[in-house]
Ligand binder design. Structure first.
Ligand code: CP
Length: 313
């Protein structure tokens, strides 16, 4: 394992809006706490309520947070579709948050606009967790991704990590790449030209001295890549459907593809997948995408417990 976070770090009452707000020690504290929540189902959050406000579709984030809350004895309430909330009548996000804070102890928000989670956090005294804001951030996905990387590879440093697919619009990629600048790894960015990672991320990689390269060709990857993190082309973010059509099948990883690059790679994907990873790879020993989804519950138990300031007994 890489170095551990310290037991003295308190995250009680903090918002989890952006990974930029957390130090390396703090994010390791989340991961270390999560290890203690593997298979742990005691009702330490009894009497606590999670408000779940989803203004965009979700399966994993919504249900795994709900499962985490319920497995620790708490409850969740909210909506999975903004069309059935008073947002449909024109209520602002800030007003929605100010009202919902009366009904719960911690708030989870997914929204299509970048900055919506920050605005939510500024509108309430309760801790706010960003469940994804537009193309910006998805911090709890990053924590579960790091947790899975550490679980599969035994460390968070000295890895060769390739990101493949839509690097322009994927918030899971943006969050994870930014957070990886706390560690010492080599990053490979593989995308169509039109879906390159935005310039501010490149500036951050440069500023932090992270070694990286950009390429369109998947087969530019060497056989000693440790992590292959592939992502869906985010159709819903494209202003022009014609541009989506041009790139929608840019990369497809199957057994022949993996055989060609060789090595023993851990294959990750935040899910949902479309055709980026062939289902024939689901039993490939390095396939980690369903483990990521399962780890989501464990990591989110730790997030809820730490932000609510309630320790495991
Ligand atoms: N990975 C992820 O955020 O999945 P959902 O959109 O289903 O929550």
């Amino acid at each position: 394992m890489t170095s551990k976070g310290t037991d003295t770090i308190s995250l009680a009452g903090r918002d989890l809006v952006s990974m930029r707000d957390f130090s390396r020690e703090e994010l390791l504290a989340f991961l270390d706490a999560a290890e203690g929540f593997e298979g742990y189902d005691q009702p330490i959050l009894a009497g606590k309520i999670l408000g779940t406000l989803f203004f965009e579709p979700s399966t994993r984030t919504h249900l795994s947070f709900t499962a985490a809350m319920q497995r620790l004895g708490g409850q969740a309430l909210g909506f999975a579709d903004a069309k059935i909330s008073s947002t449909a009548k024109g209520e602002s996000l800030a007003d929605t948050i100010r009202v919902v804070e009366n009904y719960c102890d911690i708030i989870l928000v997914r929204h299509p606009l970048e900055g919506a989670a920050r605005l939510s956090a500024e509108s309430t005294r309760l801790p706010v967790i960003n469940a994804g804001d537009g193309t910006n951030q998805h911090p709890t996905q990053t924590l579960l991704d790091l947790y899975t990387i550490r679980q599969k590879r035994g460390r968070l440093d000295n890895l060769k990590i390739a990101f493949v697919g839509d690097l322009k619009y994927s918030r899971t990629v943006h969050s994870l790449i930014e957070t990886l600048t706390h560690f010492d790894n080599e990053i490979f960015l593989i995308s169509p030209q039109s879906l390159r990672i935005p310039a501010d991320f490149i500036e951050e990689l440069d500023a932090r001295g992270t070694i990286y390269s950009e390429d369109e060709d998947f087969f530019s990857l060497a056989s000693d890549v440790d992590i292959l993190y592939t992502t869906r082309i985010q159709q819903e973010r494209f202003p022009d459907p014609v541009e989506y059509e041009k790139v929608k099948n840019a990369y497809r990883i199957d057994r022949a593809t993996l055989d060609k690059i060789g090595g023993s790679v851990t294959l990750m994907h935040p899910l949902p997948r479309l055709n980026e990873i062939a289902t024939e790879l689901d039993d490939y020993p390095g396939a980690a995408y369903f483990d990521q989804a399962r780890n989501g519950v464990t990591v989110r138990k730790a997030v809820l417990s730490l932000l609510l300031g309630i320790d495991r007994v």
